[in-house]
Every structure is written in structure tokens, then in C-alpha cells.
Design a protein around this ligand. Structure first.
Ligand code: FE
Ligand code: FE
Length: 306
């Protein structure tokens, strides 16, 4: 089916790419399947499978939310009209409506684990809401040394499930760009990775995927999302014989001006790529870029760095 556009509309659509790309309602099921696929032959296979198991629980929670949208319509409208993220992570993490999501996650997660994983689960189950809230606040503030590393994926999973569910419950969000290119317009959290999309009205455009709510927002290509420089950007991928030069499905946009980088998935080269899963499966690229002196500013809430 095609739509005939008037000249004015053609110009408008040419200069105004859709600002948002919202995740599908089954985002965590897709992520779990992708992680299980990437786990095959990966040095971190067991870890990727554990995260996949957590994603399946996240999907259960999104399908049967333990709590509703914590932001009243009036507050949503006020935020949006002032250009503020309606699901602001820094205030909502303190207000604590996500704690019931963590409790539900702990109830759904298969508790037969032993060893370090079993200990982490026991620590979480024994903790009270004020302790849990403190870990959540620290994690979203990037203060990883204030959260035991083994707890990070569980706290991160609960936070993500809550925020993604709230994002999907927002009535047709008309969000405006945040103050910084790398900041989510829905919740104000930093981007986790970029995705160059390959379908429909989003074809060929770059979106940044939120580390917390999985909202994606448009940012022009070939521009550092941190310092906005376009000069001498370099695109680095892992050496891989399976891909022709320039056809790697995951490349890091490295900026020599601010010495930062952001990974990007190119869906035209691998349509099944999923930002969080493919990020975790390519930690070797982070190690290499770290050795080359580049800094990673993008959090992945399922992994404590280092
Ligand atoms: Fe977000
Ligand atoms: Fe830069």
C-alpha cells in the first residue's frame, strides 16, 4: 500500500525523521532468544544464558505487571510540555514504585541456584526495601562500587522491566529531545548503544537505545553522541572472518575528540541484532577499545563493569 504525498509533506518527512522507535511488547522475550543464540560458542556463554533466564522473567512481569504506571496523567502532561522526561529515573527510583517489581522478579526467578548466584539471590531475598532502594539508586547513578557485582543483573532487570512497562503504558508519548544527545527523552537515562534501523520509515536512521526503559530516539549518524563532534570518527569492529569489510553487524563509533565510544548495531547486516544482547556478547570489543584508551560511557544494567 502506498500513500501519495503532497510536495510539502515530502519535504516535511524528508527533514523530520520519526523521533521515537518504541520497543515491542515482547522485547524481553526477543532479547532472551537473542542471548541464547549468541551464547553458543561465546566465551561468556553461561553468563549470557543466565541473563536470558532473567529476561524471560522480565517478560513475565511485563505481561502481568505487579504495579501500574506510577505517574499520573497530569504529571505526564506537565513533564512533556516542559520538555522533561515523564518517567524521570532519578526521581522515580527514589520514590520506589519499582520495588514491587524487584520483589516479583525474586519470586519468579528459579531459586535452585547454588554457588555465587545462590548467595547473591539469598542476599537480595534477605534485604529490606530501604537497602534495595539504595542499590537501585546507586546503579542508576553509575556508582557500581556501591552495589555488589553479583546483584547488579537482578536489580537492573527489575528496574528495566518496570520502566519498559511504564514506557509502553504511556498514552502515545510525544517526547521531545533531552538536553544531551545521549540522554533518553522518556526517562533521562543514558543510552546503552545505537541501532541503525533497516525497515520502513526508520530505514537507514540511527536510534539510540535507552539503558533503562529501552525507548529508542533518533540521533543523526556520524556524530559523537557525547561531544557532538563529527571529526575523524572511527568505526571499529571485532576481527571476524564471517563479515566482509564494512559489513560488520556491530561497530563502535569512536571519537578521538573526547576519547569515548558507543557501540552500534547495523540491522541491515544482521536483522536479529538486539542492543543489550549484542552488547554483552561483544565484551571483547570493549576490552580492546579500553586498551586503546577509549572510555565507555554507556551503561549496561545487566553487568557491573570490570
Ligand atoms: Fe529511557
Ligand atoms: Fe566525542
Amino acid at each position: 500500500m502506498s500513500t501519495i504525498l503532497e510536495p510539502g509533506q515530502i519535504e516535511a518527512s524528508a527533514v523530520m525523521p520519526p523521533f521515537l522507535h518504541l520497543p515491542p511488547a515482547n522485547l524481553f522475550a526477543l532479547r532472551a532468544a537473542r542471548l541464547e543464540h549468541l551464547a553458543e560458542g561465546n566465551a561468556l556463554g553461561d553468563y549470557l544464558r543466565l541473563i536470558a533466564q532473567l529476561c524471560r522473567v522480565q517478560q513475565q512481569l511485563v505481561d502481568n505487571p505487579p504495579g501500574g504506571l506510577p505517574v499520573a496523567e497530569e504529571r505526564q502532561r506537565l513533564c512533556i510540555s516542559h520538555g522533561l522526561p515523564p518517567l524521570a529515573a532519578d526521581s522515580l527510583v527514589r520514590e520506589g514504585p519499582w520495588l514491587v517489581w524487584l520483589q516479583a522478579l525474586l519470586m519468579h526467578f528459579d531459586s535452585e541456584a547454588s554457588g555465587a548466584l545462590g548467595e547473591a539471590l539469598q542476599t537480595l531475598r534477605d534485604s529490606d526495601d530501604s537497602q534495595r532502594k539504595g542499590w537501585g539508586i546507586a546503579l542508576l547513578a553509575g556508582q557500581y562500587d556501591a552495589v555488589p557485582a553479583a546483584l547488579v543483573p537482578f536489580i537492573g532487570a527489575a528496574l528495566q522491566a518496570a520502566w519498559s512497562s511504564w514506557l509502553l503504558a504511556l498514552p502515545a508519548p510525544e517526547l521531545k529531545p533531552a538536553g544531551s544527545l545521549a540522554q533518553c527523552p522518556a526517562c533521562g537515562s543514558p543510552a546503552m548503544a545505537g541501532v541503525v534501523r533497516n525497515r520502513g520509515k526508520h530505514n537507514g536512521l540511527r536510534y539510540l537505545a535507552c539503558s533503562l526503559c529501552a525507548c529508542e530516539w533518533h540521533v543523526v549518524r556520524v556524530k559523537c553522541v557525547y561531544c557532538e563532534s563529527s571529526k575523524d570518527l572511527r568505526y571499529t569492529s571485532l576481527e571476524d572472518d564471517r563479515h566482509a569489510p564494512g559489513k560488520a553487524p556491530l561497530r563502535a563509533e569512536c571519537c578521538p575528540a573526547c576519547e569515548s565510544y558507543l557501540k552500534q548495531n547495523y540491522l541491515e547486516n544482521d536483522a536479529a541484532a538486539e542492543p543489550l544482547a549484542d552488547d554483552l556478547a561483544s565484551l571483547a570489543l570493549d576490552i580492546r577499545l579500553d586498551e586503546e584508551g577509549f572510555h565507555r560511557l554507556a551503561p549496561n544494567l545487566m553487568l557491573a563493569p570490570g
